[in-house]
Ligand binder design. Structure first.
Ligand code: GTP
Ligand code: MG
Length: 390
């Protein structure tokens, strides 16, 4: 169906019509099977956030990725049979697929196949409500789609008719789509630059009064928004969903010393965050880059807490963030006293710094957290005000 921007349906949204799905994960050897299962759990969480029904999970041993189909012939055939038995649900693959692999698998299985990046893009598309969020998501989706139109998607070609903005005779739907996407991307980029500028202006206005800024960063679902709410008596959305938060929210946080800081809740990170999203969300992520202090929130009740922390630290390094870090072990109410020491010790070793233990839900540890922020902010602030005076 043609959409408002003249692009054919498949080009304007990813995974819009998925209801039932099966999940397919890969592992290389028995040794990494357990880790692969945990990653597939995450894909299942992503699928749940996307409101699809997971019928089945499948694990394929992959010694070497096949260039044409990712999986070997045997696995492709076996899955084709199972997909037909299940009445052709969509397939979510927990790996990156090249445009060619994706096309071939869709043909072989006769159904929609999404890779992990596309699942995340689809969630962002569903969850983006603000004008800024929608703008960034649209840009990320189109950037992702552009190279995928090159090989010709049969379902795009079928949609030649009915698109109001069709080109001259001989121009295929794919060519029209490609041309429209490029034009649209150009406009979106300009608007994203405008958003970036107005965010920078707002930040500057805030820093007119020297006030330290603290960004809450962490893996998605770590408890950042719940913590912002608990610390500042706010009511931003906190939910057991991945990427509940896409837009940053800033609140003033009063500290024991009487000083205040600006506390900002931000979009969560995830392992292998699609680069399209990192690029498109540059304006939003600028809030993290520009903060004086990063409070890194880690959900200690998650079986993969330590890997999640590593992912967050790596993402921050990629974003060239080198601010001081305050490590916050969150959801401590969910873990037994004995186990928690081991987990926190491991987190501290990974981050190279001590952790504050909290439960935003029970309100535990929040005073200690305020004091720690106070202490770190007081080290930052005098320098800032000196700079402002000069
Ligand atoms: N038991 C318990 N649950 C918590 C705690 N903090 C957060 N949660 C729950 O964890 C889930 C995720 O919390 P959010 O605050 O939305 O997490 P987030 O880091 O903002 O997540 P995204 O915005 O999706 O990246 C929600 O269901 C919260 O109620 C806590 O201290 N204890
Ligand atoms: Mg949140």
């Amino acid at each position: 169906m043609p959409t408002h921007n003249g692009l054919s349906g498949a080009a304007s949204g990813i995974g819009q019509s998925l209801h039932d799905v099966i999940l397919v994960g890969t592992y290389q050897s028995q040794a990494d099977r357990e880790q692969a299962e945990i990653q597939l759990d995450e894909l299942e969480e992503l699928a749940r956030t996307l409101q699809t029904r997971v019928l089945e999970r499948d694990m394929v041993r992959l010694r070497e990725p096949h260039p044409a189909t990712l999986f070997g012939r045997g696995a492709v055939d076996r899955l084709a049979t199972r997909i037909a038995e299940l009445d052709s649900p969509g397939v979510l693959v927990n790996d990156e697929l090249t445009p060619r692999q994706q096309r071939n698998l869709q043909e072989a299985w006769g159904t929609d196949v999404l890779d992990r990046t596309e699942v995340i893009l689809a969630i962002f598309a569903r969850r983006a409500t603000s004008a800024e969020g929608r703008l960034q998501v649209e840009m990320a989706q189109l950037e992702h789609l552009l190279p995928r139109l090159a090989g010709g998607w049969s379902h795009l070609e079928r949609q030649r008719g009915g698109v109001g903005l069709r080109g001259g005779p001989g121009e295929t739907q794919i060519e029209v789509d490609r041309r429209l996407i490029r034009q649209k991307l150009k406009k979106l980029r300009l608007r994203v630059v405008q958003v970036q500028r107005s965010r920078a202006t707002r930040r500057k206005a805030r820093t007119g009064v020297p006030m330290a800024s603290v960004a809450l960063v962490g893996y998605t679902n770590a408890g950042k928004s719940t913590l912002l709410n608990a610390l500042t008596h706010s009511h931003v959305l906190a939910d057991n969903l991945l990427f509940a938060t896409l837009d940053p929210t800033s609140r003033r946080l009063e500290l024991p010393s009487g000083h205040s800081v600006i506390l900002t809740d931000t979009v969560g990170f995830i392992q292998a965050l699609p680069t399209e999203l990192v690029d498109a969300f540059a304006a939003t992520l600028e809030e993290v880059r520009e903060a004086h202090l990063l409070a890194v929130i880690v959900d200690v009740s998650h079986p993969d807490a330590c890997e999640q922390l590593s992912t967050v630290l790596e993402t921050l390094t990629q974003m060239e963030c080198d601010q001081p870090i305050l490590l916050v072990a969150s959801k401590c109410d969910l873990v037994d006293g004995v186990d928690i020491d081991d987990i926190v010790w491991e987190l501290e070793r990974t981050a190279g710094t001590g952790a504050i233990r909290i439960s935003a839900r029970a309100g535990d540890g929040l005073r200690a957290l305020r004091e720690a922020i106070d202490h770190l902010a007081s080290e930052i602030l005098p320098k800032e005000s000196d700079a402002a005076r000069r």
